[in-house]
Design a protein around this ligand. Structure first.
Ligand code: THU
Length: 131
């Protein structure tokens, strides 16, 4: 699985976003160490706070299927599928990643065209909380 392939899967996942309130469509593709991919999209709610981010949708799908070993996640996001800026995960999603992933877990922050940032969880969430 190449970085670009994982980003393309994240773009496909964004097409499933349920975002009638923000109009902000986000897609994630989470790669396990054994090569399986779990997709996620953001799922909004009229009451706002129950909204789930795309990254957490992907993680919760994977963990609920028994997966615990993760290699990388690709994420894209933007208004109405227009991914014009690099998309980096929110703090809550970084904390969920911290629960299951090592410091070297890779985050591919995609945007339109061929451009993306490749950063580690350790870079995105230094000194992250664990018990
Ligand atoms: N969102 C994500 O899906 N992932 C993030 O990391 C940050 C934000 C979603 C939540 C909401 O549906 C929309 O983007 C606007 O905040």
């Amino acid at each position: 699985m190449t970085d670009r392939e994982l980003i393309d899967l994240a773009k496909n996942a964004a097409e499933k976003a349920y975002a009638p309130y923000s109009g902000y469509t986000v897609g994630a593709a989470l790669l396990t160490k054994n090569g399986k991919v779990y997709l996620g999209c953001n799922i909004e709610n009229a009451s706002y706070t129950p909204t789930n981010c795309a990254e957490r949708t992907a993680f919760f799908k994977a963990v609920s299927e028994g997966e615990k070993d993760f290699e990388a996640i690709a994420v894209v996001g933007g208004k109405s599928l227009d991914f014009k800026d690099y998309f980096t995960p929110c703090g809550v999603c970084r904390q969920v990643m911290k629960e299951f992933c090592d410091e070297d877990f890779k985050i591919l922050a995609g945007k339109n065209g061929e451009e993306y940032l490749k950063v580690s969880l350790g870079e995105l969430l230094p000194f992250g909380f664990t018990l």
